[in-house]
Design a protein around this ligand. Structure first.
Ligand code: IMP
Length: 194
């Protein structure tokens, strides 16, 4: 059961990514939601929709853990590459990395891209999925030394620095992940049935 009323809500975050965990924890702490990290039951599935990936992995983890939990899946969608790497972002980052993405875009003037995060929460009989997007552009070269993944090459709209240069205090206010987790927090705090 989720703890409501006197105590904070407690949720397991099924992930092995410390960056994702700290970002989500920072967003949810202001909503009296406590996250704890569980990195043992993440099912890696492939699908063209990241919503389906987070939902499938969350339902699998719930059947194993039987505790209220969330799973997040995210990706970088680049317009000039028809949305690649999208749901394959983790694999693309491991294989071609930021330099590979910049090579694919060399000579390309359309640098538009967005990050999308999909968070699925399973608690009691509810399975709820929330999405968050942040629009921006791919830089000409990697910049900054903070964050993870594609942070050094993603410049969010309205800024002239990459996520890596901006650092977590700025990123966590505007990121795809913080938007998806804020939607989740609003739903949890409004729901009377938990
Ligand atoms: P997954 O959600 O674990 O499948 O991983 C998605 C991949 O997208 C990560 O491994 C990163 O390479 C990339 N990614 C997702 N969110 C972010 C972000 O906030 N910053 C930088 N890269 C990200």
């Amino acid at each position: 059961m989720l703890k409501k009323g006197g105590g904070n809500i407690k949720l397991a975050f099924i992930t092995s990514n410390q960056h994702k965990y700290f970002e989500a924890r920072q967003v949810l702490s202001s909503w009296n939601i406590d996250l704890y990290m569980v990195d043992s039951v993440k099912l890696e599935v492939q699908d063209e929709e990241i919503e389906n990936i987070s939902r499938t992995a969350a339902i699998y983890a719930y059947n194993v853990l039987k505790k209220p939990l969330i799973v997040e899946d995210s990706g970088l969608f680049i317009e000039a590459l028809n949305g690649f790497p999208g749901p394959f972002s983790s694999y693309a980052h491991k294989t071609i990395g930021n330099e590979g993405i910049l090579r694919l875009l060399s000579g390309e003037s359309n640098r538009k891209a967005y990050f999308k995060a999909s968070v699925t929460c399973v608690c009691n009989e509810f399975v709820m999925t929330f999405n968050g997007l942040v629009y921006g552009t791919i830089s000409m070269e990697p910049k900054g030394d903070k964050g993870f993944g594609f942070d050094p090459i993603f410049v969010p709209k309205g800024f002239d620095k990459t996520f890596s240069e901006l650092g977590e205090d700025v990123k966590n206010k505007i990121s795809h992940r913080s938007k998806a987790f804020t939607e989740l927090a609003m739903w949890l705090s409004q729901s009377r049935n938990l």
